[in-house]
Design a protein around this ligand. Structure first.
Ligand SMILES: Nc1ncnc2c1ncn2[C@@H]1O[C@H](COP(=O)(O)OP(=O)(O)OP(=O)(O)O)[C@@H](O)[C@H]1O
Ligand SMILES: [Mg+2]
Length: 261
Protein backbone atom coordinates (compact mmCIF):
# COMPACT_ATOMS: atom_id res chain seq x y z
CA UNK A 1 0.00 0.00 0.00
CA UNK A 2 1.07 3.60 -0.61
CA UNK A 3 2.69 5.65 2.13
CA UNK A 4 0.04 6.81 4.59
CA UNK A 5 -1.06 10.42 4.12
CA UNK A 6 -1.91 10.77 7.82
CA UNK A 7 -0.34 8.86 10.69
CA UNK A 8 -1.21 8.81 14.38
CA UNK A 9 1.80 7.60 16.33
CA UNK A 10 1.17 6.74 19.98
CA UNK A 11 -0.96 9.84 20.53
CA UNK A 12 -1.96 10.75 24.08
CA UNK A 13 -4.44 13.50 24.87
CA UNK A 14 -5.98 14.48 28.21
CA UNK A 15 -8.20 17.34 29.30
CA UNK A 16 -8.12 18.88 32.73
CA UNK A 17 -11.49 19.73 34.23
CA UNK A 18 -12.38 22.84 36.20
CA UNK A 19 -11.90 20.92 39.46
CA UNK A 20 -8.45 19.75 38.38
CA UNK A 21 -9.56 16.23 37.45
CA UNK A 22 -7.75 14.80 34.45
CA UNK A 23 -9.71 13.05 31.73
CA UNK A 24 -7.52 10.87 29.54
CA UNK A 25 -9.27 10.70 26.19
CA UNK A 26 -6.57 9.18 23.96
CA UNK A 27 -4.25 6.69 25.67
CA UNK A 28 -1.80 5.86 22.93
CA UNK A 29 -3.62 5.92 19.64
CA UNK A 30 -1.85 4.72 16.51
CA UNK A 31 -3.28 4.24 13.04
CA UNK A 32 -2.54 5.10 9.42
CA UNK A 33 -4.77 6.69 6.85
CA UNK A 34 -3.98 5.62 3.27
CA UNK A 35 -4.17 8.26 0.53
CA UNK A 36 -7.05 8.35 -1.93
CA UNK A 37 -9.21 6.05 0.15
CA UNK A 38 -12.10 6.29 2.59
CA UNK A 39 -11.44 5.72 6.27
CA UNK A 40 -14.38 5.66 8.66
CA UNK A 41 -13.80 6.42 12.33
CA UNK A 42 -16.45 4.86 14.53
CA UNK A 43 -17.04 4.25 18.20
CA UNK A 44 -19.35 5.35 20.99
CA UNK A 45 -20.08 8.87 22.10
CA UNK A 46 -17.22 10.58 23.91
CA UNK A 47 -14.53 8.16 22.69
CA UNK A 48 -12.43 10.90 21.11
CA UNK A 49 -13.48 10.78 17.46
CA UNK A 50 -13.92 14.53 17.09
CA UNK A 51 -10.78 15.12 19.15
CA UNK A 52 -8.90 12.98 16.60
CA UNK A 53 -10.11 15.19 13.74
CA UNK A 54 -9.17 18.35 15.62
CA UNK A 55 -5.69 16.93 16.18
CA UNK A 56 -5.36 16.31 12.44
CA UNK A 57 -6.28 19.93 11.75
CA UNK A 58 -3.90 21.19 14.41
CA UNK A 59 -6.80 22.72 16.34
CA UNK A 60 -5.71 20.69 19.37
CA UNK A 61 -2.23 19.64 20.39
CA UNK A 62 -1.35 16.12 21.57
CA UNK A 63 0.25 15.72 25.02
CA UNK A 64 2.66 13.24 23.46
CA UNK A 65 3.06 11.23 20.29
CA UNK A 66 2.78 12.69 16.82
CA UNK A 67 0.29 13.32 14.07
CA UNK A 68 2.09 13.17 10.76
CA UNK A 69 0.48 14.66 7.67
CA UNK A 70 2.37 14.10 4.44
CA UNK A 71 5.43 13.07 6.40
CA UNK A 72 5.44 16.20 8.57
CA UNK A 73 4.55 16.47 12.24
CA UNK A 74 1.56 18.79 12.69
CA UNK A 75 2.35 19.52 16.33
CA UNK A 76 5.79 20.87 15.47
CA UNK A 77 4.50 23.35 12.89
CA UNK A 78 4.43 27.09 13.13
CA UNK A 79 1.19 28.90 12.35
CA UNK A 80 2.18 29.72 8.80
CA UNK A 81 3.18 26.18 7.91
CA UNK A 82 0.03 24.89 9.55
CA UNK A 83 -2.06 27.20 7.40
CA UNK A 84 -0.37 25.83 4.30
CA UNK A 85 -1.18 22.29 5.34
CA UNK A 86 -4.76 23.23 6.21
CA UNK A 87 -5.23 24.55 2.69
CA UNK A 88 -5.13 20.92 1.55
CA UNK A 89 -8.09 20.05 3.75
CA UNK A 90 -11.80 20.34 3.18
CA UNK A 91 -14.01 19.96 6.22
CA UNK A 92 -17.68 19.20 6.65
CA UNK A 93 -18.85 19.07 10.24
CA UNK A 94 -22.26 18.24 11.55
CA UNK A 95 -23.72 21.73 11.64
CA UNK A 96 -22.78 22.22 7.95
CA UNK A 97 -22.42 25.91 8.81
CA UNK A 98 -23.94 27.40 5.69
CA UNK A 99 -24.33 31.13 5.88
CA UNK A 100 -28.04 31.76 6.42
CA UNK A 101 -27.99 35.19 4.86
CA UNK A 102 -26.30 33.97 1.68
CA UNK A 103 -27.98 32.13 -1.16
CA UNK A 104 -26.97 28.65 -2.21
CA UNK A 105 -24.95 30.16 -5.04
CA UNK A 106 -23.15 32.58 -2.75
CA UNK A 107 -22.40 29.88 -0.19
CA UNK A 108 -20.79 27.63 -2.78
CA UNK A 109 -18.96 30.51 -4.47
CA UNK A 110 -17.50 31.76 -1.20
CA UNK A 111 -14.25 29.73 -1.12
CA UNK A 112 -13.52 30.63 -4.74
CA UNK A 113 -14.18 34.30 -4.08
CA UNK A 114 -12.08 34.34 -0.93
CA UNK A 115 -9.18 32.10 -1.86
CA UNK A 116 -8.73 32.49 -5.61
CA UNK A 117 -8.42 35.32 -8.06
CA UNK A 118 -10.68 33.72 -10.63
CA UNK A 119 -12.82 36.13 -12.65
CA UNK A 120 -16.50 36.30 -11.72
CA UNK A 121 -17.62 34.58 -14.92
CA UNK A 122 -15.33 31.62 -14.25
CA UNK A 123 -16.57 31.38 -10.66
CA UNK A 124 -20.14 31.45 -11.89
CA UNK A 125 -19.45 28.68 -14.40
CA UNK A 126 -17.75 26.46 -11.82
CA UNK A 127 -20.41 26.95 -9.18
CA UNK A 128 -23.25 26.26 -11.61
CA UNK A 129 -21.50 23.14 -12.82
CA UNK A 130 -21.01 21.88 -9.33
CA UNK A 131 -24.61 22.66 -8.35
CA UNK A 132 -25.70 20.58 -11.34
CA UNK A 133 -23.44 17.76 -10.20
CA UNK A 134 -25.09 17.79 -6.78
CA UNK A 135 -28.65 17.93 -8.11
CA UNK A 136 -29.13 21.52 -6.99
CA UNK A 137 -29.81 23.22 -10.30
CA UNK A 138 -32.71 25.64 -9.95
CA UNK A 139 -32.08 26.14 -6.23
CA UNK A 140 -29.17 28.55 -6.55
CA UNK A 141 -31.12 31.62 -5.43
CA UNK A 142 -32.67 29.98 -2.37
CA UNK A 143 -31.47 30.57 1.15
CA UNK A 144 -30.41 27.61 3.35
CA UNK A 145 -33.61 27.82 5.44
CA UNK A 146 -35.60 27.12 2.28
CA UNK A 147 -33.84 23.79 1.66
CA UNK A 148 -34.40 20.30 3.05
CA UNK A 149 -31.77 18.86 5.40
CA UNK A 150 -30.36 16.63 2.66
CA UNK A 151 -30.08 19.56 0.26
CA UNK A 152 -28.26 21.61 2.88
CA UNK A 153 -25.72 18.81 3.30
CA UNK A 154 -25.23 18.68 -0.46
CA UNK A 155 -24.62 22.44 -0.57
CA UNK A 156 -22.12 22.01 2.26
CA UNK A 157 -20.31 19.28 0.36
CA UNK A 158 -20.32 21.29 -2.87
CA UNK A 159 -18.79 24.22 -0.99
CA UNK A 160 -16.19 22.07 0.77
CA UNK A 161 -15.02 20.63 -2.56
CA UNK A 162 -14.65 23.91 -4.47
CA UNK A 163 -10.95 24.26 -3.74
CA UNK A 164 -10.31 20.61 -4.64
CA UNK A 165 -8.96 19.48 -1.28
CA UNK A 166 -6.60 16.52 -1.14
CA UNK A 167 -8.09 15.45 2.18
CA UNK A 168 -11.74 15.70 3.25
CA UNK A 169 -12.65 15.41 6.93
CA UNK A 170 -16.27 14.73 7.81
CA UNK A 171 -17.61 14.77 11.36
CA UNK A 172 -21.06 13.19 11.68
CA UNK A 173 -22.04 14.69 8.35
CA UNK A 174 -25.52 13.16 8.23
CA UNK A 175 -26.73 14.29 11.64
CA UNK A 176 -30.40 15.17 11.52
CA UNK A 177 -31.16 13.19 8.37
CA UNK A 178 -33.42 10.16 8.26
CA UNK A 179 -31.73 6.81 7.40
CA UNK A 180 -32.66 6.91 3.71
CA UNK A 181 -31.30 10.45 3.27
CA UNK A 182 -28.14 9.55 5.21
CA UNK A 183 -27.48 6.65 2.91
CA UNK A 184 -28.02 8.89 -0.09
CA UNK A 185 -25.49 11.41 1.25
CA UNK A 186 -22.95 8.67 1.99
CA UNK A 187 -23.37 7.36 -1.54
CA UNK A 188 -22.73 10.87 -2.82
CA UNK A 189 -19.55 11.10 -0.71
CA UNK A 190 -18.44 7.80 -2.16
CA UNK A 191 -19.14 8.89 -5.73
CA UNK A 192 -17.31 12.19 -5.26
CA UNK A 193 -14.38 10.46 -3.62
CA UNK A 194 -14.07 8.11 -6.58
CA UNK A 195 -14.22 11.00 -9.02
CA UNK A 196 -11.89 13.38 -7.24
CA UNK A 197 -9.65 10.79 -5.58
CA UNK A 198 -9.25 12.73 -2.37
CA UNK A 199 -8.51 11.05 0.92
CA UNK A 200 -11.70 10.81 2.91
CA UNK A 201 -11.94 10.55 6.70
CA UNK A 202 -15.48 10.19 7.96
CA UNK A 203 -16.39 10.19 11.63
CA UNK A 204 -19.73 8.51 12.03
CA UNK A 205 -22.03 6.80 14.49
CA UNK A 206 -23.47 5.05 11.47
CA UNK A 207 -20.59 2.68 10.86
CA UNK A 208 -22.87 -0.10 9.65
CA UNK A 209 -24.56 2.14 7.14
CA UNK A 210 -21.33 3.16 5.48
CA UNK A 211 -19.31 0.09 6.18
CA UNK A 212 -19.37 -1.01 2.59
CA UNK A 213 -18.28 2.40 1.38
CA UNK A 214 -15.19 2.34 3.60
CA UNK A 215 -11.77 1.00 2.72
CA UNK A 216 -10.92 0.74 6.39
CA UNK A 217 -12.67 1.31 9.70
CA UNK A 218 -11.02 2.64 12.83
CA UNK A 219 -12.97 1.86 15.99
CA UNK A 220 -12.15 4.08 18.96
CA UNK A 221 -12.81 2.73 22.42
CA UNK A 222 -11.50 3.68 25.85
CA UNK A 223 -8.56 5.63 24.57
CA UNK A 224 -7.37 3.13 21.98
CA UNK A 225 -7.98 2.71 18.27
CA UNK A 226 -8.39 -0.55 16.41
CA UNK A 227 -8.14 -0.75 12.65
CA UNK A 228 -10.09 -3.12 10.42
CA UNK A 229 -9.86 -3.48 6.69
CA UNK A 230 -13.04 -5.45 6.02
CA UNK A 231 -16.40 -6.28 7.53
CA UNK A 232 -15.26 -9.91 7.81
CA UNK A 233 -12.28 -8.85 9.85
CA UNK A 234 -14.54 -7.02 12.30
CA UNK A 235 -17.03 -9.83 12.34
CA UNK A 236 -14.49 -12.48 13.36
CA UNK A 237 -12.63 -10.36 15.87
CA UNK A 238 -12.14 -12.15 19.20
CA UNK A 239 -11.85 -8.84 21.04
CA UNK A 240 -14.82 -8.57 23.43
CA UNK A 241 -15.20 -4.82 22.77
CA UNK A 242 -15.41 -5.43 19.05
CA UNK A 243 -17.72 -8.41 19.59
CA UNK A 244 -20.09 -6.09 21.44
CA UNK A 245 -19.80 -3.60 18.65
CA UNK A 246 -20.56 -6.34 16.12
CA UNK A 247 -23.56 -7.55 18.08
CA UNK A 248 -24.98 -4.07 18.22
CA UNK A 249 -24.45 -3.27 14.58
CA UNK A 250 -23.89 -6.27 12.36
CA UNK A 251 -27.51 -6.81 11.46
CA UNK A 252 -27.48 -3.36 9.97
CA UNK A 253 -24.33 -4.10 8.01
CA UNK A 254 -26.10 -6.83 6.11
CA UNK A 255 -29.01 -4.49 5.68
CA UNK A 256 -26.76 -1.86 4.15
CA UNK A 257 -25.23 -4.44 1.83
CA UNK A 258 -28.70 -5.40 0.64
CA UNK A 259 -29.56 -1.78 0.05
CA UNK A 260 -26.42 -1.32 -1.96
CA UNK A 261 -27.08 -4.25 -4.28
N1 LIG B 1 -11.75 21.17 24.35
C1 LIG B 1 -12.08 20.24 25.26
N2 LIG B 1 -11.96 20.47 26.57
C2 LIG B 1 -12.26 19.53 27.48
N3 LIG B 1 -12.71 18.30 27.17
C3 LIG B 1 -12.89 18.01 25.89
C4 LIG B 1 -12.58 18.96 24.85
N4 LIG B 1 -12.83 18.37 23.67
C5 LIG B 1 -13.29 17.14 23.95
N5 LIG B 1 -13.31 16.91 25.28
C6 LIG B 1 -13.71 15.65 25.93
O1 LIG B 1 -13.08 14.57 25.27
C7 LIG B 1 -13.95 13.46 25.16
C8 LIG B 1 -14.05 13.04 23.72
O2 LIG B 1 -14.74 14.05 23.00
P1 LIG B 1 -15.08 13.91 21.46
O3 LIG B 1 -15.80 15.14 21.11
O4 LIG B 1 -13.87 13.57 20.69
O5 LIG B 1 -16.06 12.66 21.46
P2 LIG B 1 -16.70 11.93 20.21
O6 LIG B 1 -16.12 10.56 20.11
O7 LIG B 1 -16.58 12.79 19.02
O8 LIG B 1 -18.22 11.80 20.68
P3 LIG B 1 -19.59 12.05 19.88
O9 LIG B 1 -19.83 10.79 19.12
O10 LIG B 1 -20.58 12.25 20.95
O11 LIG B 1 -19.40 13.25 19.01
C9 LIG B 1 -15.28 13.90 25.76
O12 LIG B 1 -15.36 13.41 27.05
C10 LIG B 1 -15.19 15.41 25.78
O13 LIG B 1 -15.89 15.94 26.85
MG1 LIG C 1 -17.91 13.97 17.95
Amino acid sequence: MNEPIIQFVDVHKSFTGANGSVHEVLKGVSFNIPPGRTTVIGGGSGQGKSVALKLILGLLQPDSGSIIVDGRDIAAMKARELNEVRADFGVLFQGVALFDSMTVFENVALPLREKTKLPAAEIRARVMESLAQFGLTGHEDKFPAQLSGGMQKRVGLARALQLQPRIMLFDEPTTGLDPARSLEIYRLFHKMQREMQYTSVIVSHDVPKIFNLADQVVVMHEGKAKVFSSSEEIQWSTDPVIQDFVQMTMGHIYQSRLERE
